[in-house]
Design a protein around this ligand. Structure first.
Ligand code: PLP
Length: 366
């Protein structure tokens, strides 16, 4: 098999060692005679896998003891509904006025989130960079926040637009901060205690699609609306150690292998340094002259998802074909914005970024 580098935005590249271990254990996990896929989620074998994954993630992100880690389903888009259903009870009595949720609109994903939330509450767009084509994060002193909002929702890395927060927002006193970290969780150190809820679809930096991670502060488990589905009621899920219904067991297993692999590499602080290096390498090549162009303000360029355009877009197909011939895969940009996009998650080795940079230089005739 030829060596390829996969720049897909998600589902995305996983560490090779993890896939090799999963392959070796596929038919017989640790002498159990069973594949992880065949195990009862309530049996001792799977419980040990789950507990280790939970403990390793807690260690990697330094998740405080008063936060629950939930391994759920439903994806990032599901959470756009499950979050209002779980949190709007916090302002109950006012929900039929209706309650207000604050959003900062920095790209496609926060846009999808606010559209979904508008089905359940009044949405206030506290700030937006839409008029400038989602090329920056509006500074917080320009946000028009609601003092008694049910919560403040931000997307800290916009996967399609390539915009990443370089600060932690401060909501008004008592208003929980909710963050969609789907595409950059575990890529950089974070202070979990600043957030009420962190959520992430697994298919970017964690593992296979189908697993959705929620990290939620204990006091926010109590505020679900009565209509919240039981299987997505955080208190239920937390009370049953993510096994109120059958969790995505194989996804949890792979995520656990990814967490263990990350620990062996020195943890999140160490991978963050490598991510900074990888992103710098790629942006330098894109910025070298005007053959390529990334439109995002340098202060909030994503380290994970790097959209770019060829100056002469009639060369797009030629560029992609040449990339593919070199084993540089899935570089086509999201259909909503066009152009190209290189996603360089934790599992993308620096050799992959270097190979892309070499190709960018060659294609530009440098
Ligand atoms: C990929 C992604 C999602 C994904 O949602 P799914 O429902 O799992 O497809 C949500 N938010 C962000 C920021 C993402 O990058």
């Amino acid at each position: 098999m030829t060596q390829v580098f996969n720049f897909s935005a998600g589902p995305a590249v996983l560490p090779k060692e993890v896939l090799q271990q999963a392959a070796a254990e596929m038919l017989d996990w640790h002498g159990s005679g069973m594949s992880v896929m065949e195990m009862s989620h309530r049996g001792p074998e799977f419980i040990s896998i789950y507990k280790q994954a939970e403990a390793d993630l807690r260690e990697l992100l330094a998740v405080p003891a008063n936060y629950e880690i939930l391994f759920m389903q439903g994806g990032g888009l599901g959470m756009n509904a499950f979050i209002p259903l779980n949190l709007l009870g916090r302002v109950q009595g006012r929900v039929h006025e209706p309650a207000t949720i604050d959003f900062v609109h920095t790209g496609s994903w926060s846009g999808k989130s606010l559209k979904e939330a508008a089905r359940y509450a009044n949405v206030n767009v506290a700030a937006s960079s839409q008029a400038e084509g989602f090329t920056y994060v509006p500074p917080q002193d320009a946000w028009k926040l609601t003092q008694d909002a049910a919560y403040l929702h931000v997307c800290t890395n916009e996967t399609i637009d390539g915009v990443e927060y370089n600060f932690v927002p401060t909501p008004p006193e008592g208003v929980p901060l909710v963050a969609d970290m789907s595409s950059h969780i575990l890529s950089r150190t974070i202070d979990v205690s600043k957030y009420g809820v962190i959520f992430a679809g697994a298919q970017k930096n964690i593992g296979p699609a189908g697993l959705t991670l929620v990290i939620v502060r204990d006091d926010l488990l109590e505020h679900a609306l009565p209509i919240c589905p039981s299987a997505f009621h955080w208190k239920n899920v937390a009370g049953h150690e993510s096994m109120f219904n059958t969790p995505p067991t194989y996804g949890i297993y792979i995520a656990g292998l990814v967490f263990a692999h990350l620990k062996r590499q020195g943890g999140v602080a160490a991978i963050e340094q490598r991510n900074i290096q990888k992103a710098r390498l790629l942006y330098e090549a894109l910025d070298a002259d005007d053959f390529y162009r990334n439109r995002v303000d340098p202060s909030c360029r994503s380290r994970m998802n790097i959209p770019f355009y060829l100056r002469d877009e009639s060369l797009n197909e030629q560029f992609l074909a040449g990339a593919k011939a070199r084993g540089l895969l899935q570089l086509k940009g999201h259909k909503s914005v066009g152009g190209m996009r290189a996603s360089i998650y934790n599992a993308m080795p620096i050799e992959g970024v270097q190979a892309l940079v070499d190709y960018l230089n060659e294609f530009a005739g440098r």
